[in-house]
Ligand binder design. Structure first.
Ligand code: HEM
Length: 112
């Protein structure tokens, strides 16, 4: 553990040169997207519409809640966060998330 949700949020905002917006984060997370893999059109495909609840990987494996309010381990390890943003944004959007999108997502998830 080398960071916190607030620290990561500030770092992504600094990288983006802009402020996070939780409504934008919610829209990105709950929206349906094209451009990624057809079987993963949304973050909610695996993390559900309620990130305070447990989710399910494609294999059926349980995913612990993503919202830090429900799972204090979330957004506390920079390498893990970067690894999964990288993998999951590409699965859903077919591209990396921008620094501003990552800030928006953390802002919304932290507000839950
Ligand atoms: C973990 C975000 C879509 C499966 C994570 C983490 C983040 C994240 C930030 C790591 C957080 C941490 O531990 O600190 C997102 C976003 C998505 C998305 C923003 C949409 C763009 C998906 C989808 C799947 C998925 C579609 C299933 C195909 C997983 C799994 C883990 C994970 C298996 C790692 C296991 C775990 O940490 O419990 N996700 N995710 N995610 N996500 Fe997602």
């Amino acid at each position: 553990q080398d960071t916190s949700p607030d620290q990561l949020l500030s770092a992504y905002e600094a990288e983006a040169g802009a402020s996070a917006d939780l409504a934008r984060g919610q829209a990105l997370f709950t929206g349906q997207h094209t451009g990624g893999k057809p079987d993963t059109p949304s973050c909610t495909t695996c993390h559900t519409m309620d990130p305070r609840a447990k989710g399910q990987a494609r294999t059926g494996k349980v995913i612990e809640p993503l919202a830090p309010g429900a799972n204090p381990e979330r957004f506390t390890e920079t390498a893990k966060v970067e690894k999964w943003f990288g993998r999951n944004c590409n699965s859903v959007l077919g591209r990396d998330c921008t620094a501003l999108e990552k800030a928006d997502l953390i802002a919304w998830l932290s507000s839950l």
